[in-house]
Design a protein around this ligand. Structure first.
Ligand SMILES: N[C@@H](CCC(=O)N[C@@H](CS)C(=O)NCC(=O)O)C(=O)O
Length: 220
């Protein structure tokens, strides 16, 4: 099944979408060249923009000399190319595939803008000398986050994981947003028991635990 391909990766474990790609590289044991590209430092250098990604974002994956941008695209490409199983990302059953694709899209349109949006507004902007958010702004961000978790609670009431009863790459992608936001904001999920159950299931995967540890080390 596996065709010989040359794979290169640029990223940083502090980044949520990077951890999704690192998860795939580790889980499937994909031989690759690893390039540490420190978030906000290397990513903003002219050299990185010139040679790796003109948008200045990580993760970046290169396959046989072709650069791939956007973690959801990279995840699909790597799993479609290297995964002999169809659990993380269904391939032949298009209806099952659509469930996972839909969640990856939902991450880009909603989950990440909500959770990372909140972190930017409440924490990161201040760290970089931006304005302190007002109580009203903080409340608006928290309301959006609570509404998001309510939606996830509903989904996770229907099956064990987000797409179905197996862990898929959409769980990994969305979990990576949830774990960072929860750690920084000390968010309490107890009002959402299915979400809490799901976050506990996710850390039963040793690769998730390993990547969380790498993330926490970077955040120290
Ligand atoms: N939609 C993109 C998001 C990529 C992104 O936002 N990357 C952030 C890290 S999480 C980044 O590289 N930021 C670099 C910077 O701001 O200098 C994806 O899924 O790959």
């Amino acid at each position: 099944f596996v065709i010989a391909m040359s794979v290169k990766y640029w990223g940083d474990s502090a980044s949520q979408p990077c951890r999704t790609i690192e998860y795939i590289l580790k889980k499937l044991n994909i031989d690759h060249e690893y390039n540490y590209a420190q978030l906000f430092v290397v990513t903003r250098s002219e050299e990185f923009k010139k040679n790796v990604n003109p948008r200045g974002y990580i993760p970046v994956v290169e396959v046989d000399g072709q650069k791939l941008y956007e973690s959801a695209t990279q995840a699909r490409y790597l799993l479609d190319s290297f995964d002999p199983n169809e659990t993380l990302l269904p391939r032949s059953d298009l209806k099952e595939r659509a469930k996972v694709d839909s969640l990856l899209d939902w991450n880009n349109t909603t989950v990440r803008p909500t959770l990372t949006g909140q972190l930017r507004k409440i924490v990161f902007s201040v760290m970089f000398g931006g304005p302190e958010p007002s109580d009203e702004e903080k409340k608006a961000e928290m309301d959006k986050t609570n509404a998001l978790y309510a939606e996830m609670e509903e989904i996770l009431g229907q099956h064990t994981y987000l797409a179905n009863d197996n862990l898929t790459i959409a769980d990994v992608q969305i979990y990576n947003e949830v774990v960072l936001s929860t750690a920084i904001l000390k968010y309490d999920h107890s009002a959402f028991p299915n979400v809490e159950r799901w976050t506990k299931q996710m850390v039963e995967d040793p690769v998730i635990t390993e990547l969380n540890e790498a993330m926490f080390k970077r955040l120290e």
